[in-house]
Structures are given as C-alpha cells and as structure tokens.
Design a protein around this ligand. Structure first.
Ligand SMILES: [Ca+2]
Ligand SMILES: [Ca+2]
Length: 241
C-alpha cells in the first residue's frame, strides 16, 4: 500500500511539474475545464457553431471546431463576467488566441457616462514580471475605428440600443522573451452599469497554433488594436458584478 502511495505521489508530482500550455484552449472538450470563471458566472458558457443575431448573423459564435466560450451575455442587469487561465512556466515562442466582442450602445447616451457603458477587456499578463503583454480594453463609445461594425438595434437587455461587434481577431504574440514566465489570459465583459444594455466576448483557439478565422480582419486592424490600449482600462469605473 505504501509503495502504491509513493508511485501515485511521484506521478502526481511529475504531472504538476511537467509543462503544459493552455488547457482546453479551443474549448473542444465541450466544457470549461482548465478555465476559471469570475464575476457573474451564470452569464458565461460554452457555445456551439452558428451566427450571432445581434451581429446581424454576420459573426460566427465559434472561430473553429465545435465549441468556443462566451464571456458574459446579451442580458443587462449590470453584470460583469470574466474567464481566465494561468499557465506556469510558459515554454512556447508564440501564443495565439482568437476573440470577438459585442457591446450594446445605449440609444440615448445622455443617461450614461463613459464609465457606465458596456465594455470589455482581453488581457495577457506576465505574472513573473507584472507586465502586460497584450491588453485590448474599450467601452462601446470609444471603439477602434476599424475592425468593428454596427449590428442589430433591439431592447434585448431591457433598454433600446445599437449593437457593435468586432471581427474575430487572431492575436499573435511573440513570447520568446518570456519563456519560463507565468502567464495569465483574462477576458472580461461588462453590461452597462445602469442595467439595460449588454456586452459579451467570444474566445476560441487559445494556444501556440495559428487560429483558423472564418473572416480574417485586415492586418492593420490587429496592429491598431494592440497599440495604446493599456491605459484605457484604468479609468473604467468598477461595476457591480
Ligand atoms: Ca473551438
Ligand atoms: Ca450581460
């Protein structure tokens, strides 16, 4: 019995010390294994192929395979939702991930300050050096000029609004200088903090392989999105979760 325990213990140690990249990065397990939900967790979940009607059915819910995740949902109620995964001892020279976001712009903005608008953030953070490797963070009134489109007008979250949706972005980062570091990918989506407008993010194909994107955005939009956005999340007002 003692021998068996030792074998089990050593195999456990080996399993935890062996390096693995993002677990279930394409969500093809059909569940959220490997990932940690945060905020209002009930709004997030696995999605299957199909199109998003808030994007006039011009955006796929998945970028590849049979599953992706949706962080947050179209409903309001001032929810903030998140998903994250931390990889210890990163060993790849590149990391890829694909995401698309939808935010609903209130029809009558006079009742919302910028900090009260639906917003999102997609962040890859180097925990070892406390450095941001990628941060795209915008609210619906300061979206990038390219790579975003207007979608449906509806009151699905309780108050009338115009949906804005992004293309699927395939993010490609050189991680050759952070080998051995601990990295954390975090996606956050927030409804408007007054309760009547929604926001959510799709995430798929997280790993060291190039994503297969249904409609590829122009390279310039990807570059724009990765530049100069680090500070935008800082003034964002904390929202109720
Ligand atoms: Ca997938
Ligand atoms: Ca929501």
């Amino acid at each position: 019995m003692k021998r068996l325990m030792l074998v089990l213990l050593s195999s456990t140690l080996f399993a935890t010390s062996a390096w693995a990249g993002f677990i279930n990065g394409g969500f093809e397990n059909g569940n959220l294994s490997g990932w940690t939900l945060g905020g209002y967790t009930a709004d997030s979940g696995i999605v299957t192929p199909g199109t998003d009607s808030n994007a006039l059915n011009l955006l796929g819910r998945t970028s590849n395979g049979n599953y992706a995740v949706r962080v947050g949902n179209q409903g309001g109620s001032a929810h903030t939702s998140s998903i994250s995964q931390t990889v210890a001892n990163w060993q790849d020279v590149k990391v890829w991930f694909a995401w698309a976001a939808l935010l609903q712009e209130p029809t009558n903005q006079v009742y919302h300050t910028p900090g009260e608008m639906p917003d999102y953030s997609v962040s890859l953070f180097d925990l070892t050096t406390s450095t941001s490797l990628y941060n795209s963070a915008f609210n619906v009134t300061n979206l990038p000029p390219t790579g975003w489109h207007t979608g449906a007008i509806n009151s699905v979250a309780g108050s009338p609004g115009l949906w804005h949706y992004s293309d699927w972005y395939a993010v490609n980062l050189d991680t050759s200088l952070v080998i051995g570091h601990d990295l954390r990918l975090t996606i956050t989506a927030s409804d408007c903090s007054l309760g009547g407008h929604g926001g959510y993010v799709y995430l798929d194909q997280v790993g060291s392989q190039q994503p297969i994107i249904p409609s590829v955005p122009e390279p310039s939009t990807v570059i724009l999105l990765g530049v100069g956005v680090a500070g935008l999340a800082m003034w964002r007002r904390n929202k109720k979760s």
